[in-house]
Write a protein that binds this ligand. Sequence first.
Ligand code: SF4
Length: 160
Amino acid sequence: MKKVLVSACLMGQKVRYDGNALTQESELFQRLVELADIVTLCPEVAGGLPTPRPPAEIDVADGGAVVAGKGKVISVQQIDVTGHFVSGAQKTLELCKQHNIKIAILTESSPSCGSTLIYNGQFAGTKVSGHGVTTALLRQHGITVFSQFNVEDALAALEL
Ligand code: SF4
């Protein structure tokens, strides 16, 4: 069975900042769960953050800049949580290497897991193009990241 990394919150784990999950119930997602060997992790929890936790956004840039040490992740309380986010991204990459995972389906718009959109750092609900810290690090290491809105493409990439 092919292994794929899936954000823990998409698999029903209550690990989001607000203590909820983002359980996926579409037919395509169920097909993925049946045909693939799912490995789950929440990068933010893996990075040492509690649940629930204050929401955080990437300040100014996107996850690529954070990985490069040129951007920060700041909570709504103005606390710098960059170290937790980078640590979580590194642990996620280690897990992927350990399982030889090449494809991931991560939660869109998260400052860790977003793959095409993230919030703009102003806590105003405004999204901009960009990817989260974990997605940036995984992509730098050749892992293809899809969101929960592109499961069909992920299934095709997995040849399932
Ligand atoms: S860091 Fe990723 S897996 Fe964890 S709650 Fe946020 S979106 Fe879900």
